[in-house]
Design a protein around this ligand. Structure first.
Ligand code: BTN
Length: 237
């Protein structure tokens, strides 16, 4: 659709339809009220980037493992950028579910789950992927075309992204959780590397694991600590 408030909101409204098919995509050129994590807004230049939401029905997954949806979504975006950029660019996933290109944010993901009796009835995977936008007004933000130095057709990016997401989702459905987790950790910014974090105070620590529920495990001199996504953020300097 040419314009809408938020593709995640439209996707959620569509769930009441009895004929809603898994894999349905809501996509727009212009989100007026794009939503980000932690109640932030998501602003994207009209017609230059991908702003879309995919409806999944992951009823095979227990709520305690919901973070696998974040993992496969981040990995699908990461794979898409690698497919487009070819020669080994620095693409990393950043917990909980950003994707970084050359240490700048290229994609944000907002996942909203609808839970019934501790199973996931529906999951709305909202993806904002910067493709052709060049100016952002923030330092640590980039786009695929900034790295490629040419524009990319949005339709092509979307096709590659949907195909990558589908194959990772099928992997998850066939219980290849271990493989998914390993790939996520392998490509995770800060994994097994000491760096600075901010919680109630600034501390140095090393990410040693991400639990199935999504909690981040950071090793510090005083022991291992678990953080949820509101409780810790990355520091760059
Ligand atoms: C973040 O990094 O804070 C997450 C941003 C998610 C943005 C996407 S754009 C498509 C979908 N619809 C929304 O309202 N938000 C997500």
């Amino acid at each position: 659709m040419p314009s809408c408030h938020s593709t995640n909101d439209i996707a959620r409204e569509m769930l009441v339809r009895p004929d809603i098919a898994e894999g349905m995509v809501v996509i727009t050129d212009h989100q007026v009220h794009g939503r980000g994590q932690r109640g932030n807004s998501w602003v994207s230049a009209i017609g230059q980037n991908l702003t879309l939401s995919v409806i999944l029905k992951p009823s095979f997954l227990s709520v305690s493992k919901q973070f696998y949806l974040n993992m496969i979504s981040s990995l699908a975006v990461m794979q898409t950028i690698e497919d487009l950029l070819g020669s080994s660019p620095l693409v990393q996933v950043k917990w909980p579910n950003d994707v970084m290109l050359n240490e700048k944010k290229v994609c944000g993901i907002l996942i909203e789950n609808i839970v019934r009796k501790s199973r996931l009835d529906y999951s709305i995977i909202g993806i904002g992927l910067n493709v052709n936008q060049k100016a952002f007004g923030f330092d640590r933000v980039t786009s695929i075309s900034s790295a490629l130095d040419r524009e990319v057709e949005l339709q092509k990016v979307m096709e590659i992204l949907m195909s990558n997401l589908e194959s990772l989702y099928l992997k998850l459905r066939s219980n290849k959780e271990q493989e998914i987790k390993e790939k996520y950790l392998e490509n995770l910014l800060g994994y097994l590397k000491p760096r600075k974090y901010q919680s109630e105070y600034v501390f140095e620590g090393t990410i040693v694991d991400v639990l199935d529920s999504g909690l981040l495990k950071i090793k510090t001199p005083s022991g291992n600590n678990l953080f949820d996504f509101k409780a810790v953020s990355f520091l760059w300097n």
